[in-house]
Structures are given as structure tokens and as C-alpha cells.
Write a protein that binds this ligand. Structure first.
Ligand code: MRU
Length: 320
């Protein structure tokens, strides 16, 4: 394990009477834990991004549901408040559905560790896509913080680094909440992986200068046809990558695939408070966008590397 290996339980865990999470709003300046003592408090932590990233919010919701069961809360109300905390990542509802039949702490813990295992498998599959000396660009944070451990897109990068294939990572700062410059850079720094933060608007320029070999991102929801929702700005990166003939890879567990949503246009896109963007003037703040399947070179899940047509190649079944 490298010095930067965040343990799953340091990111989120269930203790006696509380879900405890590393407060991602305070990183990288402070490593503080937040205690949530009811399902509603876990939902508030998810809504305010104390815990964020599609798989991690699913895991936090699973622990929140188990906590609600232990406390004797109304489980239908607990399900609703958790499910409604954020709309785009399908992992949230997926995890809650997985918990319904067995709302125990052990079930939540198993689900958590299964997500981390999925990340390690994805890393192995994704690394095989990298050539020697790869300079990769990533957006937002799809690291251990976002998955409950190891990471999806960052898991692919760390595995490629261990395999001696990765030379450098360009980290989009990821406006407006800076998940790239605060969280991904913090994780890469701890792992000892060479990287540099760039303004989001610098990505196409770097591509034009031959400084990027591939783009690797996570996803919050992948529709049945392979359209993938991810942090706002991902779609623009995919357009720029296509223009420059660069591969664009999405790395996400099967818990992020939503076979019930046929195409990206049916994915609900969260709109957050404009004040996250600008406190003085009117602002519009969509948190996600949808990258059409035709711009995605490959989708990597724990089951392997999937290529178009995704309606045929994507796995449909999740075993938590
Ligand atoms: O708003 P956030 O920080 O929850 O957005 C997270 C992302 O967009 C991640 O890229 C996505 O959840 C994949 S995380 C493995």
C-alpha cells in the first residue's frame, strides 16, 4: 500500500449510533470527520457534498439506511430522504435497493467492500489500455474519496502508474467546487503520482500541443445505450478529445449502469445553487452533463472493457 492509500473505513463507516465520514468539503486543508446520527443527517451530508462521488454516496446511503434500521426509524421515510438527496448518480438508489432485504450494518459493509473490489478490477482492465509513458487527463474526482476506496478513474491511473505505464496526470481543477484541484490532486500527491492541476479551460490547448494521450473520467450514471453523465465539463472534454483524435475512457462500476434509462437525455441532471458559482450575479449551475456514447472510446467496468455498441456490450447484472 502506498502512503496515500485511504482505507475504506477512513472515508465512510458505521459506528455505534452514527455514520462517520471524512468531510470532503474541508479537504485538503483539514482532515475532519463528520458524525451523522440519523438517515436525515446522512442525506444532508450527501446533499452538501461532505461525501460525494457516485459510488461513495451509494455506500454512505447504505450505511445511513442500516443506521435508520438500528435506530428504529421509519424505513420508508429513511429510504425517501436518502434517495432524494442527489438525483443524478444512480448508485444511490441502487445501494438503497440492495439494502431493502437486509438493512444490517454487515450488509452495508459488504456492499462497501464490494465497491472497492470492483474498483481494483476496473483498474486492472483499464491499465491494459495505456501505452508506455502515457500522459492522461482527468476531470473531477473519481478517486478513493469518490468510491469509498481505491477509485475508478483514479484507480485506473494508479494501476497504470504501478504498471509503469503512466508518466503524468493533468488534473482539471473542476469548477465550481474544485473536486480536481482539492481532492484528485490531494490523492495523487499522496500516492506519489506526477501531476499538475490545470484550469478546465486549458485542456483543449494542452491537447492541441500533444501533451495529452488520453482522457479518463468516472461517471454518475450510464444509460443503456452508453451515454454517460459525469461532472459538468466532461462532455466538453470528450468533444475536444474527439477533435484531437484522443481516446476518451469512462471507468465506472456496474452499479453506475442504469439499464432502465434508455439514453442520456432521460438522465436527471442536478442543478445546484447558483451561489456555488457566483454570489453577486445571477448564475446557472448544472452539476453534470451527458457525454454521448459515440464520443466514448471504451467504458471500463469490473467485468472488462466494453466498446460500442454499448447497448449490446454493457453488463446488466450487479452482484454486490
Ligand atoms: O458532484 P460530485 O463531486 O459528486 O461529482 C462526482 C463526479 O462527477 C465523479 O466523476 C463521479 O461521481 C464518478 S466518481 C467515481
Amino acid at each position: 500500500m502506498g502512503r496515500g492509500d485511504l482505507t475504506p473505513e477512513s472515508i465512510v463507516r458505521l459506528e455505534a449510533g452514527a455514520v462517520v465520514l471524512l468531510d470532503q468539503r474541508r479537504l485538503p486543508d483539514e482532515e475532519l470527520e463528520l458524525r451523522c446520527e440519523s438517515a436525515a443527517e446522512v442525506a444532508e451530508a450527501i446533499r452538501t457534498l461532505a461525501v460525494r462521488g457516485a459510488p461513495a454516496i451509494g455506500v454512505a446511503a447504505a450505511y445511513g439506511y442500516a443506521l435508520a434500521a438500528e435506530r428504529g426509524e421509519d424505513l420508508d421515510a429513511a429510504y425517501r430522504v436518502l434517495a432524494e438527496s442527489r438525483p443524478t448518480a444512480v448508485n444511490l438508489v441502487w445501494a438503497l435497493e440492495e439494502m431493502r432485504a437486509d438493512p444490517t450494518p454487515q450488509r452495508a459493509r459488504d456492499l462497501h467492500l464490494a465497491e472497492v473490489d470492483r474498483c481494483r478490477c476496473m483498474g486492472t482492465h483499464a491499465s491494459a489500455l495505456f501505452g508506455p509513458g502515457t500522459k492522461a487527463l482527468t476531470h473531477c474526482n473519481a478517486g478513493g474519496l469518490a468510491t469509498g476506496g481505491y477509485g475508478s478513474a483514479v484507480g485506473a491511473l494508479r494501476r497504470a502508474w504501478e504498471d509503469g505505464l503512466l508518466a503524468h496526470v493533468w488534473v482539471d481543477e473542476t469548477r465550481p467546487l474544485l473536486q480536481g484541484s482539492r481532492l484528485t490532486a490531494w490523492e495523487l500527491d499522496a500516492l506519489g503520482i506526477p501531476h499538475a492541476v490545470i484550469a478546465d479551460s486549458a485542456a483543449a490547448h494542452l491537447m492541441s500541443r500533444g501533451e495529452v494521450d488520453c482522457v479518463v473520467t468516472g461517471a454518475d450514471r450510464i444509460a443503456a445505450n452508453g451515454d454517460a453523465a459525469n461532472k459538468i465539463g466532461t462532455y466538453g472534454l470528450a468533444v475536444a478529445a474527439a477533435h484531437h483524435g484522443l481516446p476518451f475512457y469512462v471507468v465506472a462500476p456496474t452499479s453506475t449502469i442504469d439499464p432502465a434509462t434508455p439514453t442520456g437525455s432521460q438522465i436527471p441532471i442536478e442543478e445546484r445553487d447558483g451561489e456555488e458559482l457566483n454570489t453577486r450575479f445571477a448564475a446557472w449551475n448544472p452539476a453534470f452533463d451527458v457525454t454521448p456514447a459515440e464520443l466514448i472510446t471504451a467504458i471500463v467496468t469490473e467485468e472488462g472493457v466494453h466498446r460500442a455498441p454499448y447497448a449490446d456490450s454493457l453488463p446488466r447484472v450487479v452482484h454486490a
